[in-house]
Design a protein around this ligand. Structure first.
Ligand code: GDP
Ligand code: MN
Ligand code: MN
Ligand code: MN
Length: 249
C-alpha cells in the first residue's frame, strides 16, 4: 500500500492557549490509523512552555558555562532549568531532560518565536502525544497515532534530523529480534526505532524556517510490535558514561 504524506497547511502562528488539535482537525480529514506528527515547537507554544529572556536571572553555574560557550547567560540558565543532568558544557551544552531525552542545549529553541522569547521542550512529551491523540479521538472519533518531534543534532554526523520525543498509539521500536531474514537467519540484534524514522521524514516535510508546516500526517503506514525502551539505561549507555567520566577531568 502506498504511504501518503500530507503536510498540514494554513495553520496560524500558534499562541498560548490555542487548541492545537482542534486547529489541526479543521484542516485534515483524519482516517483511522493515520500517524500525526507535530513539531514540539508548536505544542510548546500552545501550552505556554516558553520563556521570556528578560525575566531570566542567570545563576553562577549559567554564568560560568556561558563564558565558555559565549552564549547569553540567560539562555544558558533556561537550558539548565530544562535539564536534569549535564553531560557536556563545551563546545555546546549537551544535557538530559526529565523525559530521558538527551539533546544539545536541552532543545531550547529561539527560532520561530518572537525576539526575546524561547521555546522549551514539553516537560512530558509522552503525555503531550497521548493528549493530542485523545483530543483528536474526541473531536473526530478517529483512532490516530501521534508523534511529537524535534529537530536534533546527532553524534558523529553533521546535519540535524527530526527525532521523536513523545509518541502515543504505537511502540517506539519495531522489535525484529527473533524474526528471520531472507535466508532464514534469526535476527538477534535489530530493533528499529520506527518513531524516529517517521519523525525524520516529517521534519523534512516541515522544514526549519518559514514554511509554516508544523504538522504532517502519514497515511497507510503499517503497524508493528515492539517496545518503548528507546533510552538506554545508565548501565547500557557507554557513550553517556564516557562523557560523564570525561567531565570529571
Ligand atoms: P521544531 O523542530 O519543533 O523546533 O520546530 P521548528 O521551529 O523547526 O518548526 C517546524 C515547522 O513548523 C516549520 O515549518 C515552521 O515554519 C513551522 N512552525 C513553527 N511555529 C509555527 C507556528 O506557530 N505556526 C505555523 N503555522 N507553523 C509554525
Ligand atoms: Mn526551531
Ligand atoms: Mn526545536
Ligand atoms: Mn525543526
Amino acid at each position: 500500500m502506498d504511504i501518503q504524506v500530507i503536510g498540514v497547511q494554513d495553520l496560524p502562528l500558534i499562541q498560548r492557549g490555542d487548541d492545537l488539535p482542534a486547529l489541526i482537525c479543521e484542516r485534515v480529514a483524519f482516517e483511522d490509523g493515520d500517524i500525526l506528527t507535530v513539531a514540539s515547537s508548536v505544542y510548546s507554544k500552545a501550552k505556554g512552555f516558553t520563556r521570556e529572556l528578560a525575566a531570566i536571572v542567570p545563576g553562577a553555574e549559567a554564568m560560568r558555562i556561558a563564558a565558555k560557550t559565549k552564549e547569553d547567560p540567560r539562555f544558558v540558565q533556561a537550558v539548565l532549568d530544562s535539564s536534569t543532568d549535564i553531560l557536556l558544557e563545551y563546545p555546546f551544552i549537551l544535557s538530559e531532560l526529565p523525559s530521558g531525552h538527551i539533546g544539545v542545549r536541552a532543545g531550547v529553541d529561539h527560532s520561530n518565536i518572537e525576539d526575546g522569547r524561547l521555546i522549551v521542550l514539553p516537560p512530558d512529551p509522552m503525555g503531550a502525544a497521548a493528549e493530542l491523540r485523545d483530543a483528536i479521538h474526541r473531536i473526530t472519533g478517529k483512532d490516530v497515532r501521534v508523534i511529537v518531534t524535534d529537530t536534533c543534532g546527532r553524534a558523529f554526523r553533521r546535519g540535524q534530523t527530526g527525532i521523536a520525543i513523545g509518541w502515543a498509539g504505537m511502540t517506539a521500536i519495531d522489535d525484529y529480534r527473533g524474526d528471520t531474514d531472507l535466508f532464514g537467519h534469526v535476527l538477534e540484534i535489530t530493533e528499529e526505532a520506527v518513531v524516529d524514522e517517521i519523525a525524520a521524514f516529517a521534519n523534512f516535510v516541515m522544514g526549519e524556517s518559514h514554511q509554516g508546516v508544523p504538522a504532517v500526517v502519514f497515511r497507510n503506514c503499517r503497524t508493528w510490535n515492539g517496545h518503548d525502551n528507546v533510552y538506554f539505561t545508565r548501565e547500557e549507555d557507554v557513550v553517556r558514561a564516557a562523557l560523564k567520566e570525561n567531565k570529571k577531568d
